[in-house]
Design a protein around this ligand. Structure first.
Ligand code: TYD
Length: 272
């Protein structure tokens, strides 16, 4: 089957799935990917390719950072923020931007809002600082749609205990921490309802999936995809020193950064 105009509607789109620990992101990411393929939006001749990725750990370097930050023992809040940002910088440069430049559909398990919710609100670091660090990491790359899976921390803890997975360092942070994280997600979503969708993550997973699917269908129906993100550097772009413009290289550096596309397997056995 060729890709109909309608089913090319998600080409070059960038969707992030967010939410507190135990909200069911990994399950819903898989269900969403399956639904997108099943409905012919992706991975058909002429349709965009689906790129499913995650933070932390969407790259080789990111997998090493993931081990350090989640399972490597005590990490100071500022170090934690910088490690997540380093993972993100690598992810943006080597996976996300190249995929979007190819007009793939990108689905990421966590992105920038995780750092706002966990490092700023949760750990108490200044939100301005987190946004500044991450402006360097993302160069201004912003998802078209952020789906936030909303679940109370108590329900999430019960769910996680049922899964038998060992708790990582962040999951062990306690319910007060996770309540703050949830509250910040809700505020972020309320402040920008065009780009965020809060999804009630309680109840049967099929029902939760239907809510997520409705949000993605709405994005597809929004019309033709946006023009390519002009903060994606092209081969002929001169490096710029302006972070807000997407560049972080000083004009005199004389070193061109190369975006390298790579397929990185998700870490086995831990996390999702
Ligand atoms: P994830 O693998 O999504 O775990 P879970 O499936 O339990 O949600 O994320 C790993 C942990 O990393 C999670 O507890 C949230 C945390 N995290 C941050 O604190 N800041 C960030 O910027 C990111 C991307 C993740």
């Amino acid at each position: 089957m060729g890709c109909s105009t309608d089913h090319g509607a998600l080409a070059g789109r960038f969707i992030a799935l967010e939410g507190g620990d135990g909200a069911g992101k990994s399950t819903h990411l898989k269900m969403l990917a399956q639904a997108l393929r099943g409905a012919g939006y992706v991975d058909q001749p002429g349709c965009p390719r689906l790129v499913v990725t995650r933070e932390p750990g969407g790259t080789e370097l990111g997998n090493q950072i993931r081990e350090l930050v989640l399972y490597g023992g005590e990490v100071a809040p500022a170090a934690e923020a910088l490690l997540y940002a380093a993972d993100r910088a690598q992810h943006v440069t080597t996976v996300l931007r190249p995929a979007l430049a190819r007009a793939d559909l990108v689905l990421t398990d966590r992105y920038l809002d995780s750092s706002i919710a966990y490092q700023a609100e949760g750990r108490g670091l200044t939100e301005d600082v987190i946004r500044s660090i991450n402006a360097v990491a993302t160069g201004g790359l912003t998802p078209d749609l952020v789906i936030v899976l909303d679940i109370e921390p108590e329900a999430a803890t019960t769910r996680r205990h049922g899964s038998g997975d060992p708790a990582d360092r962040v999951e062990q942070a306690g319910e007060a921490f996770h309540s703050k994280v949830n509250r910040r997600y809700r505020e972020l979503a309320a402040a920008d309802p065009d780009r965020y969708v809060m999804v009630d993550a309680t109840g049967p997973k099929e029902e939760v999936h239907e809510r997520i699917w409705a949000a993605v269908r709405k994005l597809a129906a929004a019309g033709p995809r946006r023009p390519p993100d002009n903060s994606i550097p092209s081969a002929t772009d001169k490096p710029s020193c302006s972070v807000s413009g997407g560049g972080i290289f000083a004009p005199a550096a004389g070193i061109e950064s190369e975006a390298v596309t790579q397929e990185v397997p998700r870490a086995e056995g831990r996390g999702q």
